[in-house]
Design a protein around this ligand. Structure first.
Ligand code: AMP
Length: 278
């Protein structure tokens, strides 16, 4: 496996792959790799000759400075993980190379003022900016994102539709631990009792989903869900949002059968997101 920091060096390898007609799969990450990232690698390995994984903690997508400074870094084990999973190139660019002086960020215009965009102002500007850079640098055939970050996936889908018509995007279903906890680099901040709170919360939401007729209008389901949460959820003290939204356009139009239930909440000081198939 190659670990490449230099952009020109990366471009040389990419040119070589292209000249040999090899297809390239690209996986943007912020490191602290786990089996959620592993599922993206597996998909890319299945579809492509070469797999490039970027590891770049993107400061522009952190709207909270403490969140950035405490973000887990695990370089040694990330390399081991990538080698074990047969990644061809780990691309670890320098911040100054990705964002040279006078760099102009992109403003996201998709799926605005809902879910995470509402609670993390500027977050998706940072995401769309870095992904735009990474796709320009790596010009892959296919790019892989986790559906755990569903709004991010939908926003990047739009970016690709608009600016990268030759790249295909793939969404990979959320990987969970045996107890149901969605894998996340931030899970290391959750202790056992709090982990149980999270799992109970997700199980309770899944029970609600099972109890609701899939033909129900999303708007009606959301009203019922609000009431259900008030009556049944008391251990999550800071719940940012918990609502069904259409998987087509993230609106609250349509039926539950074409939706997912999206939620963001805090456990102690850690913000977590999840979404469940309805
Ligand atoms: P991150 O390193 O957290 O920025 O995540 C990099 C990519 O891995 C994103 O596309 C995430 O959606 C995806 N990802 C993170 N956790 C999971 C998970 N548990 N299952 C599937 N994909 C995930």
């Amino acid at each position: 496996m190659l670990i490449i920091k230099d952009i020109n060096n990366l471009k040389n390898y990419i040119n070589q792959y292209k000249s040999e007609n090899r297809s390239i799969g690209m996986i943007p990450t912020m490191g602290a790799l786990h089996d959620g990232h592993g599922a993206l690698i597996k998909s890319s390995k299945e579809h492509n000759d070469k797999t490039i994984m970027s590891i770049f903690i993107n400061p522009k997508q952190f709207n909270n400075k403490d969140d950035l400074s405490s973000y887990p870094i695990n370089k040694g084990s990330d390399y081991d993980y990538a080698i074990k999973n047969n990644v061809d190139i780990v691309f670890e660019p320098d911040q100054k190379k990705i964002y040279p002086k006078n760099f102009q960020s992109i403003k996201n215009s998709f799926y605005k003022n809902i879910l995470c965009d509402l609670y993390r102002p500027g977050h998706f500007d940072g995401v769309i900016t870095v992904v735009n850079e990474l796709l320009n640098l790596t010009s892959p055939n296919k790019v892989y994102f986790g559906l755990k970050d569903y709004q991010q996936f939908k926003i990047i889908e739009k970016l690709i539709d608009k600016s990268f018509s030759n790249i295909q995007i793939y969404g990979v279903e959320t990987v969970r631990d045996q107890d149901g906890l969605a894998l996340s680099s931030r899970n290391k901040f959750i202790n056992k009792p709090n982990r149980l709170i999270y799992i109970n919360f997700i199980n309770t939401l899944n029970k609600f989903i099972l109890s609701i007729d899939p033909e129900t209008e999303i708007k009606d389901a959301n009203q019922k869900l609000d009431k259900f949460i008030k009556e049944n959820i008391d251990q999550i003290k800071k719940l940012e949002y918990c609502e069904f939204r259409s998987i087509q356009d993230m609106s609250i139009n349509g039926k539950v059968k074409n939706s997912r239930l999206f939620t963001a909440f805090y456990i102690l000081g850690t913000r977590l997101i999840d979404n469940l198939k309805a």
